[in-house]
Ligand binder design. Sequence first.
Ligand code: MLC
Ligand code: AMP
Length: 503
Amino acid sequence: MANPLYDALFGQHLENDGAFLHLAGDKTLSYKAFLGLAAQYAGLLGDIGLKPGDRVAVQVAKSPQALAVYAACVQAGVIFLPLNTAYTADEVAYFVKDSGARIVIGDDGKHAELQPIAAACNARLETLNADGSGSFSRKSAAFPTTFETVARDPGDLAAFLYTSGTTGRSKGAMLSQDNLLSNARVLEKEWRFTASDVLLHALPIFHTHGLFVATNVTLLSGSQMIFLPKFDLDAVIANLPRATTMMGVPTFYTRLLGDARFTQSLAAHMRLFVSGSAPLLAETHVQFEDRTGHRILERYGMTETNMNTSNPYEGERRAGTVGFPLPGVELKITDSATGATLPQGEIGEIEVRGANVFQGYWQMPEKTAEELRPDGFFITGDLGQIDADGYVSIVGRNKDLIISGGYNIYPKEIELLLDEQDGVLESAVVGVPHPDFGESVIGVLVPHPDQQLDLDHIKECVGRSLARFKQPQKLVVLPELPRNTMGKVQKKALREEFASAFS
Ligand code: MLC
Ligand code: AMP
């Protein structure tokens, strides 16, 4: 029976004995062995009683087994919901409850904190550890290495990815099989992926970039991945000579440039470096070309849309731009207030439409209606401009968002928590330039009159609730926040005041 996403990404490799993943210690996992494992996992999911459309929440370290859970979910027709491993128990509790996940898969080390979360939501808890051990793999070992793929339609949901919002409440972006597959097909073609490619994979696999861009394109083209557990500079440098392509956030490239071992000869075997998820400074682009002779290909995407634009594979990769709308993606620049399309060259809101655009936010029809127009255009919240040659540039954001090392941080979520702390009257959270992460977080606190703030205690409380990467790297106390005549907090003034906090 047909399951377009499974058939295209996985099903075509069922008898492929060739290498899929290259792992530490010169180990290799073949496509066939990987799919056998995924089928056992799918067998267990079916046995647990999961039905098409049920959600599987997964907070596990990056490993071949973690990736096999994704394949198993697609094969069993259930919805894959990957979660950042940095999320705290408070954060995970929200995602499990909001999504109505029927099963939570987490690390044994977090069993004690995940158990009450799962129990409160009537979800089943299974474990999967970084080394592939755990109750989930142990139980699945009893199932056959083949599984009858559950039929799905292109419009059926394949994944939920949670993305924070300006209200501080995360929203589950619903992605259909066709959202993922159509985009992977376009990228495979645009970036010339073939079975002879070897992708150096150092991204996490709980976000669009590492999961749907890097992995789906590899699977579709039948190529291989050097699958690193995380971005480790030494490991990346050691493995580059074996790779042909790499995808990364700008921090990957600035870190590589900061290391003298990263030379033209080290990158000589590469055919493509792709950057995205955060702005790549034009200066990094130029330095990279000077050092290696390669021009990084910058592209632009989002959780809700997968990839929207890309610089050309052949033709000029223009620094400071994100290239052209991908085939099948319509992109327009509109007036934020009226929604009217602006003349070429003007700065406005970027809106996109295409098979890549998600199906809406899970159980949030009002939020969906605010961002997804009835005619199918999605209002991205990014501000852009199209030059006379058609290259799109992102010039700012119409949403209060900080991007740190490629992770999105919504100030509102942090402000709500800071406002609850003892002695705090109000707070503002801003992103300021950071040499490694691009942007980093500063929390500005205003105490109640005549109150002293215990910053260490506040940091401790924030640390219990928020993932490390969201926590302010600096907390500063001001007697009041700068406001305009309408009383609105002037974040621009705060960003300017603390612009050199990390330089
Ligand atoms: C880690 N830390 C971060 C951080 N990553 N802090 C802020 N921002 C980040 N991104 C914290 C750690 O908790 C630790 O805190 C300290 O920084 C140092 O950790 P590290 O070990 O040196 O960090 P590292 O593991 O090297 O991680 C940095 C990184 C990683 C940049 C390699 O964050 C990363 O892989 N980012 C990629 C994110 C990504 O995939 N984005 C795609 C989203 S999809 P302490 O205090 O405990 O020492 C999307 C759509 C699209 O955006 O277009 O692609
Ligand atoms: P996420 O919600 O994690 O998917 O992040 C999506 C956001 O990342 C976009 O709305 C942009 O603001 C930003 N982004 C992605 N790619 C780029 C890029 N190449 N340049 C600038 N910003 C980018």
